[in-house]
Ligand binder design. Structure first.
Ligand code: FES
Ligand SMILES: [Fe+2]
Length: 345
């Protein structure tokens, strides 16, 4: 009996709002997500406010030097406290009715609230979430099912020889594409599309030597360089949705953030060892080359997404040589949102 073909996931997983809602609960709420370099919140009073699969969250370093993370949701009537982005604050003042919280998330004042013996400011602190750091990177999780290290799986071993924390983050880029987060991830974890979608990149690697290997929580892609390439030689994707790519003298990270069932945000950070003025053109070229390749994937993901939505696509076969990591990722998604399937195996 020949081994059955690996099959791509049914397109409904990419377009059904009910699946998207299930993924938010089972995947994004319950796993750690990278927010980029810890250096974004290096100083007391610095904050970083983000969206994570629809949840508004922020990280703030208090005057006591401690990093804390909270839902960016006022306990009064639910307004957003901080605008997305980074900045500094002494206290947190809700813009709606001016409730005032301290840097530890405690409600200090509810001005003009009036007398109500049942109301005590001590009962209305901001809702905290989990926060951790690893090798200079910042992570948050709303209700993590495991500790960060356990979720990182084989990643620490995979990058043990790279001086990640010696690199300094110098640039960030944000992209939005009209495709499901899995359409983009399927694309990220295979190199099969490189000849078709990235012709310039194809020229500078030995495509026959391109490898994608699924490890525990990590997909590693490597390709021998033909020389002259500044687009790295090792690309990593981590469950459930972030990437780390190392290149000569630096690295980048990205967070794959679902905005809607058919809309995905990518937040990239670029980090370098050499911050000298002389190396500035090289850093810029590296960033530009990386960004150009990232952008090349958007069109194909957006059109594939439309075909999934149209109803015209039935699951096709996955290449055992090139797309085993696509099957690995899709299997992880199914195990998370259909736990009965995982238990039956
Ligand atoms: S919603 Fe924040 S003070 Fe009213
Ligand atoms: Fe690509």
């Amino acid at each position: 009996m020949p081994t059955p073909l690996l099959r791509n996931l049914d397109p409904r997983y990419y377009v059904d709002p009910a699946i998207h809602a299930a993924e938010r609960q089972a995947i994004f709420k319950r796993h750690w997500q990278v927010l980029g370099p810890v250096s974004q919140v290096a100083e007391p009073g610095q904050y970083l406010a983000v969206e994570l699969a629809g949840w508004k969250l922020f990280v703030l370093r208090g005057k006591d030097g401690v990093l804390r993370a909270f839902h960016n949701v006022c306990r009064h009537r639910g307004a957003r406290l901080l605008t997305e982005g980074s900045g500094r604050c002494e206290v947190l003042r809700c813009p709606y009715h001016l409730w005032l919280y301290d840097q530890e998330g405690r409600l200090r004042k509810a001005p003009w609230f009036g007398e109500d013996p049942g109301f005590d400011v001590a009962d209305w602190s901001l809702e905290p979430i989990s926060l951790d750091t690893w090798r200079g990177l910042l992570f948050v999780a709303i209700a993590p099912e495991t500790g960060l290290l356990e979720q990182l799986g084989d990643l620490p071993e995979e990058v043990a020889d790279y001086p990640l924390e010696s690199f300094t983050a110098v640039g960030t880029e944000r992209f939005v594409m009209r495709s499901n987060w899995k359409t983009y991830t399927d694309n990220f974890v295979e190199g099969y599309h490189i000849p078709g979608i990235h012709p310039a990149f194809h020229k500078v690697i030995e495509f026959d030597g391109f490898e994608t290997v699924a490890r525990r929580g990590v997909v590693r892609m490597t390709a021998p360089q033909k020389g002259g390439s500044i687009y790295g030689g090792k690309w990593l994707w981590m469950w459930p949705g972030w990437t780390l790519s190392v290149f000569q003298g630096g690295m980048n990270t990205s967070r794959i953030n679902p905005l809607a069932v058919d809309e995905t945000e990518l937040v990239y950070h670029f980090y370098f060892a050499d911050l000298s003025e002389a190396a500035a053109p090289h850093r810029q070229r590296t960033i530009d080359t990386n960004i150009a390749i990232v952008r090349e994937d958007f069109g194909i993901c957006e059109h594939t997404q439309k075909n999934y939505a149209s109803g015209a696509y039935r699951p096709g076969p996955l290449s055992p040589k090139h797309e085993s990591s696509v099957a690995y990722f899709q299997g992880k998604v199914l195990d998370a949102i259909e736990p009965r399937r995982a238990a039956a195996e």
